[in-house]
Design a protein. Structure first.
Length: 364
């Protein structure tokens, strides 16, 4: 049945009104794209953009609630049906991790004793702010999220964002109650990293895929499949040692990183309120002696001082006796070498050969 033969054959839409509605919709779309651009941080539309994000944050949270409930329900059903296999897998992992746990406990005790003896002050922890992801912007190039923590809670542009598995991204825009986070997979993401095994430096570059690329790797053969990738702290934008992922070869032969943050949903995150390394320690602490614990040692008592002197005297006497014995041994060796030795008797000369007898038929 043709359209003109159906129930809508008598509907007439004015061409002018249709064009006007299309122009208005296109204008609204352009404005939304302009104020939602993750890379327009210094544009004059920043106040408008902050206002839109403040309004879009609660609205996105309301619309995301049914999705979260449905995800929780599916996780519950899947966990119920796969509980046996999951239990077996967890038992295997527990058996594999038991030796590492014992080794970690032993190393922790040893490090604690070393720190107590040397007076080493560990690096202070970085303050953090917990937030929840309320909206997701995903496209062929842009990978960004909105979180419900803004400048009112101390969040600033450039702060790293982590979850329970590793580094997720960084803050690129803030408003009083909402902040915009760019993921490591975004094309605008550039993160200085290092290879845990070789300490080689590289740059983690997002290209819109789920596995960002490792570029500008220093050293030949410094990266192997399975190497852990950590943040290097170069440039002062990120603290050193934040876990990111493991290295793997891509289809095109380039080195890429399987992100730890992809092991679970990025719903709850923590913003590291990190600006630079100067906030980790004060100037007074930097100017203090490196071995501060040595100044707290009490002075020796008279009995201890006498025992120390006696031990030193015994060591000196033992050293003197050893030196005298060595000198006596050297002197005895010299006398033995200078003593004349008896000349051995000359060997007896062999007897002269017997004269040959004259032949029987010889003449007289």
């Amino acid at each position: 049945m043709a359209f003109r033969d159906g129930p809508f054959e008598n509907i007439k839409v004015p061409l002018v009104w249709t064009a006007a509605v299309a122009v208005v919709i296109a204008a609204i779309g352009c404005i939304l794209l302009l104020i939602s651009d993750a890379r327009a941080q210094t544009s004059p539309y920043q106040p408008v953009r902050a206002g839109v994000e403040s309004v879009a944050g609660p609205v996105g949270g309301v619309f995301a609630a049914p999705v979260r409930w449905f995800g929780s329900a599916t996780d519950y059903v899947g966990g119920y049906f796969f509980a046996v296999s999951e239990n077996r897998r967890l038992k295997r992992e527990l058996a594999e991790l038991a030796p590492w746990r014992d080794q970690a406990i032993a190393l922790k005790n040893v490090n604690a004793r070393y720190e107590a003896m040397l007076g080493i002050r560990p690096e202070p922890p970085v303050a953090m702010q917990t937030a929840r992801s309320i909206s997701d912007t995903r496209g062929p190039f842009s990978r960004a999220r909105l979180i419900d923590a803004g400048s009112a809670k101390g969040v600033k542009v450039g702060n790293p964002v982590i979850n329970e598995h590793g580094l997720v991204g960084r803050i690129v825009g803030t408003s009083p109650n909402v902040s915009r986070m760019v993921l490591l997979t975004d094309v605008a993401s550039r993160t200085p990293v290092l290879v845990d095994r070789t300490d080689a430096r590289a740059l983690l570059t997002g290209d819109g895929s789920d596995n960002p690329r490792l570029e500008f790797i220093r050293g030949v053969g410094s990266v192997q499949a399975g190497d852990r990738i950590l943040s290097s702290g170069d440039g002062g934008g990120f603290p050193r040692g934040v876990p990111i992922g493991v290295a793997a070869r891509g289809i095109d032969g380039s080195w890429r990183v399987k992100l730890f943050s992809d092991r679970g949903a990025i719903d709850y995150v923590r913003v590291m309120l990190f600006e630079d390394f100067g906030q980790l320690i004060g100037s007074d602490d930097l100017n203090s002696p490196p071995l501060a614990a040595l100044g707290a040692v009490a002075e020796a008592t008279p009995a201890q001082a006498a025992a120390i002197s006696d031990a030193a005297a015994r060591r000196d006497a033992a050293r003197g006796r050893a030196e005298q014995a060595a000198a006596d041994t050297a002197r005895a060796d010299a006398v033995e070498a200078a003593r004349p030795r008896p000349t051995p008797p000359a060997a007896a000369a062999p007897p002269p050969a017997a004269e040959a007898a004259p032949p029987a038929g010889g003449t007289e």
